[in-house]
Design a protein around this ligand. Structure first.
Ligand code: ATP
Ligand code: MG
Length: 495
């Protein structure tokens, strides 16, 4: 199941909440293992016990046995009454437990935001609500199970009464010498144990059903189609030149809301291309298509002149280096975090790239150096430090195509310039795509593409675009100049 989860595509994680996935991988598996490990052995035990007792009872006295059997329908009646409620409560309980666990998980991951908005009290209230629901259902379940023992005991007591009455009457009134105190005592001892195995067997249906339901969910999980997989004809070819072209590409996350419609753009081999545009324009989405986290819905996406699907996912992604908008570090050492995508690289290689991006001195000043653990998500580092580590991680495998999505947004101007210089060194003759809101970082790009609402509205060199009236000029002027200065500059250009 874990392997299946690892192979799922990104859209699977958009659609399914982690609480649900968690519940499938723990609760359902536990139900099934409880069934296989516990219920089956208790059933075998009950069957053996039942037949053993039955044999001895019949051997001791057939008439008394037949009297005891009269109570079996009563017992089955009780199980029939309890069966429905037990099943319903078990179902509700699975849901309330899942609610409690996902509420806890959500509040741990959202703890920082809760603090910012002082939401603690509301969160506690909400937790109390889901917890109380679970408590109520659990109490119902406990009460119901508490009924079972007395009910079965009462039936056994009725049986004892009948046996005593019959055997006593036979012995005392009719002088039947067969019913000695020894026989009656022995029979009653067996009778007392006769009903529980019958009850266990009749309740087996419930555990069986719960196990089948869990098995079904596990089966669905394992057979859920993965929408991004290697095509049959895909080849294990690394990308050589890093040339990209989008030809009439359509894409949408949800059918109703198209992100790209007939998108066309070209990225030539060995060039640095910058993509700018307003928030939500589709810049990060473009990258996700290029890494094949999602598949395009129409048109062609070519890399080195070949359809993206003709590469295996592994060869595709390992030829690209991505520094994402929100870098995620793992609860591991800085060394291993940098080596994340290329575990076979040596410590020297890691130090070399760390020097290149300018994080080496900082790491060395830490008490444990490269062996410092960064905690889950990199919580112990600043955002800029995380970005630099993500940067080192992306360039370590020597990718043919390097993609930076707002990768320097948290850096101070000096570190940013250093990273840019490093980039120029690293990427000589390689292709890079840089997404940036700060236009100062992209002036040197070989081509600037302006994306707006999923369309390329402008493209060209900085010096060309800045003198043309349009989105780029607008963005550029607003970023660097006051309104008065803007007017002057525009007047100069139009002259
Ligand atoms: N997983 C997703 N499911 C559905 N819609 C999404 C998803 N990710 C992004 N979108 C939508 O796609 C559009 C483009 O998003 P994208 O992240 O590409 O923007 P962007 O240009 O990178 O913006 P920013 O500058 O803020 O990073 C947005 O309208 C966004 O709401
Ligand atoms: Mg983005």
């Amino acid at each position: 199941m874990f392997a299946k989860l690892m192979n799922q595509s990104r859209s699977y994680f958009d659609k399914n909440q982690s609480g649900q996935i968690n519940s499938r991988m723990t609760n359902d598996v536990e139900t099934l293992s409880g069934f296989l490990g516990g219920s089956i052995s208790s059933i075998i035990f009950a069957v053996l016990q039942l037949f053993g007792i039955l044999f001895v009872m019949l051997y001791l006295d057939i008439t008394l046995s037949l009297i005891s059997f009269l109570l079996i329908p009563l017992l089955l009646g009780v199980t029939l009454i309890l069966r429905g409620p037990i099943r319903r409560i078990a179902q509700s309980r699975r849901k309330t437990i899942a609610d409690v666990t996902s509420n806890i998980a959500e509040n741990i991951s959202g703890a920082k935001e809760s603090k910012v908005f002082a939401r603690e009290r509301e969160n506690i209230k909400e937790f109390e609500r889901v917890n109380r629901e679970n408590y109520k259902i659990s109490m119902k379940s406990v009460s119901l199970f508490a009924l079972i023992q007395p009910a079965v005991s009462i039936i056994a007591a009725i049986g004892t009464m009948l046996i005593l009455a019959y055997a006593g009457y036979q012995a005392a009134a009719l002088g039947n010498g067969k019913y000695t105190p020894g026989l009656i005592a022995a029979f009653m001892a067996y009778l007392a144990r006769f009903f529980f195995p019958i009850f266990t067997l009749s309740m087996f249906y419930n555990t069986w059903q719960a196990a089948v339901a869990s098995l079904e969910r596990i089966y669905i999980f394992l057979n859920e189609p993965v929408d991004i997989t290697d095509e049959q004809h895909a080849k294990d070819l690394p990308i050589k030149r890093g040339e990209v072209s989008f030809e009439n590409v359509d894409f949408s996350y949800k059918e109703e809301i198209p992100i790209f419609k007939k998108l066309n753009l070209e990225i030539e081999s060995g060039t640095m291309v910058a993509i700018v545009g307003t928030t939500g324009a589709g810049k990060s989405t473009l990258i996700k298509l290029l890494m094949r986290f999602y598949d395009i819905t129409a048109g062609k996406l070519l890399i080195d002149g070949q359809e993206i699907k003709s590469y295996t996912i592994k060869s595709l992604r390992s030829s690209m280096g991505l520094v994402p908008q929100e870098p995620i570090l793992y609860d591991d050492t800085i060394l291993e975090n940098i080596r994340f995508g290329s575990p076979d690289k040596s410590v020297e290689d890691v130090i070399e790239v760390a020097k290149l991006v300018g994080i080496h001195d900082f790491v060395q000043d830490l008490t444990d150096g490269y062996q410092t653990r960064v905690s889950e998500g990199g919580k112990r580092l600043s955002m800029g430090q995380r970005q630099l580590i993500a940067f080192a991680r992306a360039i370590l495998p020597d990718p043919k195509l390097l993609i930076l999505d707002e990768a320097t947004s948290s850096l101070d101007p000096i570190s940013e310039i250093r990273v840019q210089n490093a980039l120029e060194q690293v990427l000589k003759g390689r292709t890079s795509i840089v997404i940036a809101h700060r236009l100062s970082t992209i002036r040197k790009a070989d081509k600037i593409i302006v994306l707006e609402a999923g369309k390329v509205i402008q493209s060209g060199l900085h010096k060309e675009l800045v003198v043309k009236s349009g989105k780029y000029q607008d963005l550029y002027l607003k970023q660097f100049f006051t309104e008065k200065q803007q007017e002057k500059i525009l007047a100069k250009i139009s002259n």
